[in-house]
Design a protein around this ligand. Structure first.
Ligand SMILES: Nc1ncnc2c1ncn2[C@@H]1O[C@H](COP(=O)(O)OP(=O)(O)O)[C@@H](O)[C@H]1O
Ligand SMILES: [Mg+2]
Length: 368
């Protein structure tokens, strides 16, 4: 039978021993004697519940709790604080930073077992649901990867041909032209020629490596929230789609009204926004919209993405955030994009995503 894993973090060996003795029949019990050790264990092991002492040298329980919550891989693990601090203040502090429960020492064995059980049962239910979410997010990310690889292939053709023709030019010049390197003027002319060509190649290589950077930063799940201007995220998304949009005559209007920084999961947020703008693009193509335009506005904590693609039919607008809902054929749509966007915005960021039809198109609102 599957045994859940509990991590006990306490700098007192006796506490660890007692808790281990109490819980080891029903659970795998891991232990750490410091916050640092606990975080190391969490990097390697899947843990379902953490019992965390507050008073510890170096890093106290509150700090450990904060770091656990900042990591996307561990943020949802329930934490029970356990401490000799027998005051209501400590309990309120603990619960207010997101602990699920609080037990004061000395504790009753039965009480500890009962509370642990309650949270483990809850956690098992939540985990089942989350695994489904993660599967869907991965599935959707993979679909987007395919699209992005197409974009990159398209994007790279032109710079690669610049590089190749420049190199060919240099090669021909060195083979066909006969330089007299004893003539100072000729040496200078040759040097300046080479210099000019190399600058061109190097600028082109820079463009290529920027695409790779954008692409990689998108692909690698960040796992930790970072403080970043939303503007930067929007611009990164646009730099990925820029080329294709230009080719297809899609106009982009940016109206950024804030430089505020927010704590977000960068790549996940990029993924959500990329999907929204790609949806607009797909819709332009399928309806053959003239003068297609996407307007992205940013105000306070709100991103609005408007397109003039005719909007979303009323009879489906309530369904578009459902998993696997798509009006595209199988090759072009998974129906997971908006569902995933909703999870990313609402579950990971405690935000809101909504859509409305306006004038001649649709408008997605993201509140962070
Ligand atoms: N900007 C838009 N204009 C018109 N329809 C849209 C727009 N964005 C989304 N939709 C509709 O919502 C559906 C679901 O989108 P999504 O969840 O991203 O899945 P997919 O793109 O794989 O179909 C799309 O198939 C489309 O019918
Ligand atoms: Mg989509």
């Amino acid at each position: 039978m599957h045994k859940n894993t509990i991590l006990v973090v306490d700098d007192l060996r006796t506490s660890i021993q007692i808790l281990t003795y109490l819980l080891e029949d029903e659970y795998n019990v891991l232990h750490a004697m410091s916050g640092k050790e606990a975080l190391q264990i969490l990097e390697k092991k899947q843990v379902d519940l953490i019992i965390l002492d507050i008073l510890m040298p170096e890093m106290d329980g509150y700090e450990v709790c904060k770091q656990i919550q900042e990591n996307i891989l561990t943020t949802k693990i329930p934490i029970i604080f356990i401490t000799e601090l027998d005051s209501q203040d400590a309990e309120i502090d603990a619960l207010s930073i997101g602990a699920v429960d609080f037990i004061s020492k000395p504790f009753s064995n039965i009480l500890v077992k009962a509370r642990v059980k309650t949270h483990i049962v809850l956690q098992n239910e939540i985990r089942e649901n989350r695994q489904k979410d993660i599967q869907l997010i991965n599935q959707s990310r993979n679909a987007q990867m395919g699209e992005i690889i197409n974009i990159i292939a398209h994007h790279w053709r032109q710079p690669l041909s610049v590089i190749s023709s420049t190199l060919m030019d240099i090669q021909m010049k060195s083979e066909l032209d006969h330089f007299d390197f004893s003539d100072k003027e000729e040496v200078e002319k040759y040097a300046s020629y080479i210099n000019n060509r190399l600058t061109r190649v190097s600028a082109t290589v820079d463009t290529l490596s920027t695409t790779i950077d954008d692409f990689m930063s998108f692909y690698k799940p960040k796992q930790v929230k970072s403080l970043i201007k939303i503007e930067t995220i929007l611009n990164r998304v646009l730099s990925i789609v820029n080329y294709i949009f230009k080719d297809e005559g899609i106009e982009i209007i940016k109206e950024y009204d804030t430089k505020k920084e927010l704590e977000v999961y960068e790549n996940e947020l990029m993924q959500a926004i990329l999907n929204i703008v790609k949806n607009a693009q797909d819709n332009f193509l399928s309806k053959n919209i003239q003068n297609p335009c996407i307007k992205i506005s940013l105000k306070d904590n709100c991103i609005s993405i408007y397109d003039n693609g005719g909007g979303i039919p009323q009879d489906i607008i309530l369904n578009i955030f459902n998993p696997y809902f798509s009006t595209k054929d199988e090759k072009n749509g998974t129906g997971l994009g908006l569902y995933m966007s909703k999870i990313i915005i609402e579950k990971y960021h405690d935000g809101r995503i909504s859509v409305e039809n306006v004038d001649d198109g649709s408008c997605f609102h993201i509140e962070l």
